[in-house]
Design a protein around this ligand. Structure first.
Ligand code: ADP
Length: 350
């Protein structure tokens, strides 16, 4: 996740003046505590002629957990790198904690914590040494580092392993250590790029619990990207769904899911019948009916009332119905309705 070689403040790709140390930038414009934690307007980032971000407008308030959800290649990492000042916008603008990422990258950097996907942790260091180094990179004094380490280790449970070499850590422990490293300088906004990708379900749940705690106990704004709809559901107060570099939907998970319908009736089928969907739609209790990959999905405002008529009508078609189940919509259903494809196979309902 945090790449220390790449991410000490004042020493990275977008900084025009790498010699200026952290903390030496206080003469810049005054802080704007009233400003949004994250604000982007018509934000575009191209790689060559290809747009990884094709005009993103979003606003994240202070104290929110905002989940940026999308499949592989959608543009999530690109956005987080632009917000963290590691990549410059091609056009449009972005500001974090009240500062423009292109005009005042150092002001942004001292106010954010970052845990990127590729953990570049030195296996020979102990966890405590890594955290102390991170504190020094941010210009903290020795006593301050000790205080911050105590505070951070209260929040992120690395246990006795903190004095062991990082080479002995499990994947989940490394993620939590990286989370702790991102918090050493007491940031206002925490960026997490796919914080649990590759973790087993237990480790994933522990990281979720710690992220939620950081938000409730410290009030820290958290901006996280994920390809797991459960992760967005479990953590985020608001979710932005991205596909092909565009924001296709945004809102609280519950609201997004309700937009698909109160209930879904899903039938697994073997055959085809070109008239089947129209027949279902004519039932009156059906809001929408779609068919894909051997599955008919019916959305309805009242599942219990619709189930019997839908099942009966399905039985009259030539679809060859194998099973009929009813369930609540997921964020994957929202994504499917908007884009016609699924978010990811691992986290999608069967
Ligand atoms: P995500 O994080 O959602 O998986 P990315 O932001 O990594 O998506 O990628 C968005 C798009 O930009 C993809 O099409 C990807 O192939 C492309 N891309 C990402 N990084 C680079 C790069 N360094 N050079 C060229 N294309 C890139």
């Amino acid at each position: 996740m945090t790449d220390l070689a790449q991410y000490p403040p004042g020493r990275d790709t977008a900084d025009p003046d790498p010699a200026v140390p952290a903390g030496a930038s206080r003469a810049q414009p005054g802080p704007r505590p009233e400003a949004a934690a994250v604000l982007t307007r018509a934000l575009v980032r191209n790689y060559g002629s290809r747009a990884a971000l094709a005009g993103i407008d979003l606003e994240v308030g202070r104290g929110e957990i905002y989940g940026f959800l999308g499949p592989n290649g959608a543009g999530k990492s690109t956005l987080i790198r632009v917000l963290c000042t590691l990549l410059r916008p091609t056009s449009g603008r972005a500001s974090v904690a009240g500062y423009d990422v292109a005009e005042h990258p150092r002001e942004v950097r001292v106010r954010i914590g970052v845990a990127l996907q590729e953990a570049a942790l030195d296996p020979r260091q102990t966890g405590r040494e890594l955290l102390a180094l991170q504190g020094r990179l941010y210009g903290l004094r020795r006593a301050e580092i000790r205080r911050r380490l105590d505070a951070v280790l209260d929040l992120v449970d690395v246990g006795h392993a903190i004095d062991r070499r990082i080479g002995t850590y499990s994947g989940g422990m490394k993620r939590r250590l990286d989370l702790a490293a991102a918090l050493v300088h007491n940031p206002e906004v925490l960026f997490l790029d796919e914080p649990t990708t590759g973790l087993d379900p237990d480790s994933r749940a522990r990281v979720w619990a710690e992220v939620a705690r950081l938000n409730t106990e410290l009030g820290i704004t958290i901006f996280l990207t994920t390809q797991y709809l459960e992760e967005a559901d479990a953590l985020a107060g608001r979710v932005g769904i991205i596909a092909g570099g565009r924001l296709v939907a945004e809102g609280p998970p519950e609201v997004l899911k309700r937009s698909v319908g109160a209930d879904l009736i899903v039938a697994e089928v073997d055959g085809t019948d070109p008239d089947a969907l129209d027949r279902l739609r004519r039932l009156g209790v059906v809001d929408a009916a779609t068919m894909e990959h051997g599955r008919v999905v019916v959305s309805t405002g009242d599942g219990p009332a619709a189930l019997a008529p839908v099942a009966t009508e399905l039985g009259r078609t030539r679809l060859g119905v194998r099973s009929v189940t009813m369930r609540s919509p997921t964020l994957d259903d929202v994504f499917r309705e908007l884009t016609g494809s699924h978010l990811d196979t691992e986290a999608s309902p069967p």
